[in-house]
Design a protein around this ligand. Sequence first.
Ligand code: CTP
Ligand code: CA
Length: 226
Amino acid sequence: INSDGRDGPLAGKRVVITAGPTREPIDPVRYISNHSSGRMGYALAAAARDAGAAVVLVSGPVTIPVPPGIQVRNVVTAEDMLRESSAAVDEGCDVFIASAAVADYRPETCAGDKIKKSSDQMVLPLVRNPDTLATIAARTDAPFAVGFAAETTDVARYARDKMQRKKLRMIVANDVSVPGLGFNSENNAVTVFWPEGQTSIGPESKQQIADRLVALIGEHLDRAAD
Ligand code: CTP
Ligand code: CA
């Protein structure tokens, strides 16, 4: 990969990447979220930029710096993530990579005032959030869609099932039952699946994995969809 990416594998391509967690408000001071650091998505954004792409990063709340040369659009909730991602794809998108850890459910309502404690138990009704990746991949003008799957058991089976269900061209699976790898950690090891093959990457740094994923996407991009 050369320094300005002009001859890189994604030269002239537009790439949209989701990253980080979402936050689903319970009341004005509380929310439901998860431990996603955003590091994998931010590393992918830098890798895609170095490969010559114009990159839009749709990011949930994280504490890491935005890599230079990346356009970032900050979001909070899963609904924001769908809206901003759809808008970014509307502007033109060749590759969509969903690395965000989106909350599957949100509180049915956000209380207007801070909730006071009362009884010993509390039940909070939750409703399903929209799926950004599945929505983008189902568009008639769908980009090359890449998903992530963090699993603790039956990694290959669940990952391939998600790829089929969401109509993805590629899915990056990581086994989050391995301590010190993946979620909120520096290093990662992944297995990448596509309809007719698979390859394993790592354990190595998230930036090294991101570079190899972007190279792999570049190789598959111009192949016809099944
Ligand atoms: N994803 C998304 N929007 C959601 C949920 C997931 O865009 N509301 C994306 C993630 O960014 C990831 C992929 O879908 O790329 C798979 O996420 P995952 O949580 O593993 O899959 P789910 O379909 O939510 O299934 P489950 O959590 O039940 O395993
Ligand atoms: Ca999920």
